[in-house]
Design a binder for this molecule. Sequence first.
Ligand SMILES: [Cu+2]
Length: 388
Amino acid sequence: MNGLLILLIIVLLGVAAWQLSKIFSLTQLGTKRDDSGVANDRDNNINGYLMFAFVAFIYIVTILSFIKCGSFVLDTPASEHGKEVDSLMNISMVIIFIVQTLTQFLLHYFAFKYRGKEGQKALYFADNNKLEAIWTIIPVIVLAVLILYGLYTWNQIMYVDEDEEVINVELYAKQFAWEARYSGEDNTLGKANVRYIKDVNTVGVDMSDPASQDDKVVAEIHLPVGKKIHFRMRSQDVLHSAYMPHFRAQMNCVPGMVTEFAFIPTLTTAEMRGTTMMMKKVNGINKIRAKKSQALIAEGKPALEPYTFDYLLLCNKICGASHYNMQLKIVVESEADYKKWLASQKTIADAVKEANAPKVDPAAVTPEAAATVVVDSTKKVAEVVAKK
Ligand SMILES: [Cu+2]
């Protein structure tokens, strides 16, 4: 609401300035040398040089963006296919950068060069086949190469060999949290449907499916380094997107269908924390935190905790009010550590059993209740005796 008001004030100020300038030019009537309203050579020269000023502005913003935002680039990818995604991205960005730098310069240079001059008429021609062929064929070739290279890379990334040994993990998205399900000993995810969601069965696993019994629903993702992980994504409500930026992986989570993505993590969390780029980044974040903490302490509030890097699964579709908070920690570790962690997790079958077991607290049993139990059992014995 405040933003809207500020925008309204800016618009009104603009209108007021424009009206004032109109009044000012009306007061100057008769005093100016040229009040015909037709651009003269002086106007054309000013606009011509302003074209150069604008192209300089674009270049300065570009250079400043590199300096200011260059450190936000993610650097070393933590997955095997990440290098391919990065090189595709780099090639596209370099081409876009060169083409944009050149075409912006040419556009503004020609606007300057052919600025209006008194008595000069613009040359008019209806078409030029040679020119049109050049500016059609060159972009077609460049785009075709980029698209074909992109398709080839995408197919390589998305291909999962049926016989390949993979770890099957399900990512379950909902407003506004992630849950993950591991396939257990049989390495097969049991059937699931939103209709089976009940109590502790928060991801809707079909408990009548034998493959579901050893499945494990976990609160954080652990992955063994160097092993292929086959993720299957589902959504409970709206469109979400499973985004694991450090692994260069993203896939939409669509309600009513299962989507997939597989990759091999190549750097453990500890290894990633040790890279020069990451140490620089973490130091930078902690410097900002330390500064903010000083202000917080001055206000009598607790200081901020220092930041340590962790891989994250994020949501990359604006799916509602708390979309920003939809994240799950990912730990990449050695296979031995991963196995140890997985063994310590409870199966969904056990969790359901535990939740359904009648809770009897011996301390809570009153003498009256205990007496009722005794009476009941006596009745049962009496019934049995009577039947005989
Ligand atoms: Cu989401």
